[in-house]
Design a protein around this ligand. Sequence first.
Ligand code: AMP
Length: 191
Amino acid sequence: MRLLIMGAPGAGKGTQATALAEHYGVPAISTGDIFRFNIKNETSLGLKVKAIIDAGEYVPDDVTEEIVAARLEEPDCEPGFLLDGFPRTMHQVHFLDRYLSERGQGLDAVVSLHVDPEALVQRLLKRAELEGRADDNADTIRRRMEVYAGQTAPLLFHYENKGSLVDVDGTGTVDEVRERMFAAVDAHVAS
Ligand code: AMP
């Protein structure tokens, strides 16, 4: 099973990605987590991307694509994967399309979680308090929303045109959203 999950910052994509990956028995691969791990451990990648991420901007495509390609080569991705937070630009979409088609593979579903933008800002400010993420302050949140709307939201059309998009309403409790998402993805995959 090869899946993507997309959603604006604060839409609950990380939490739901973990549940969805478990549901289908595939690894959840979060580019944001990979970057945060490298920043924490002060690797050369971490040092390169820290300022970009702290400002709410996107890491350059070539850097991000190289990391994803290396991760997808790992043996645990043989049965499939769930990518969380990748692709985020049209360049990354084309990269992934090419990567999969070279291997005779495709995506089974692209989950889009959406939540009203006002509710998103409130959720992110709350997460800032709880987790203390450096990119969860009011200015950066606003910037990340703008970047998402400008660069990532258009990707949904690409996947909609390909018939892979599964729209899921991300409002409600974590459990409600999870059950709604499982039902929608199961139905899409079975169709
Ligand atoms: P996330 O945890 O998915 O919200 O990602 C946190 C931050 O990591 C983003 O705001 C970007 O700065 C960076 N990032 C994560 N994934 C990507 C990607 N696919 N392309 C570029 N930057 C990314």
